[in-house]
Design a protein around this ligand. Structure first.
Ligand code: ATP
Length: 137
């Protein structure tokens, strides 16, 4: 068993999709270890997407991720990181497989509904950023 970290991004909250997305996540065998509605500061979003800081879409990405609350959660399942990336689908919803969360709920590459950590190491870092040990179950 291991863990991944997710955020249901501001578009998912705005559209009222968080219930449906969480249902899909739990029905796919993920256990919710920790979860909260929170709001990224500009500094949080800039740091979170630091790897993209030289890309032309960086400013828009930071605006998007900070324009409203997100649902942050830690999820547990065997092979969590890889299986969750499969469940959410490709970054661009046009390329995402049928039935994936991004295919169902993402509007575009820029507003793609969910985040999933890309490695065990990043899952641990991202989870620890949002949750203390007392908030993990
Ligand atoms: P995330 O890290 O959010 O889970 P990802 O790992 O699928 O997404 P990355 O390549 O790390 O994709 O890009 C991070 C985020 O930046 C994407 O989810 C998307 O919101 C945004 N993004 C990436 N590429 C583009 C692009 N070409 N145009 C607009 N936004 C983009």
């Amino acid at each position: 068993t291991n863990r991944t970290f997710t955020m249901l991004k501001p578009d998912s909250v705005e559209k009222g999709n968080i219930g449906a997305i969480l249902e899909k996540i739990t029905a796919s065998g993920f256990r919710i270890v920790a979860m909260k509605l929170t709001h990224l500061t500009t500094q949080d979003a800039q740091a979170f997407y630091e790897v993209h800081s030289e890309r032309p879409f960086y400013g828009e990405l930071v605006e998007y991720m900070t324009r409203g609350p997100v649902v942050a959660a830690i999820l547990e399942k065997d092979n969590a990181v890889e299986d969750f990336r499969t469940l959410i689908g490709a970054t661009n919803p046009d390329d995402a497989a049928e039935g994936t969360i991004r295919k169902l709920y993402a509007a575009s590459m820029g507003e793609n509904a969910v985040h999933g950590s890309d490695s065990d190491e990043n899952a641990a870092i991202e989870g620890a950023f949002h949750f203390s040990g007392r908030e993990m179950f």
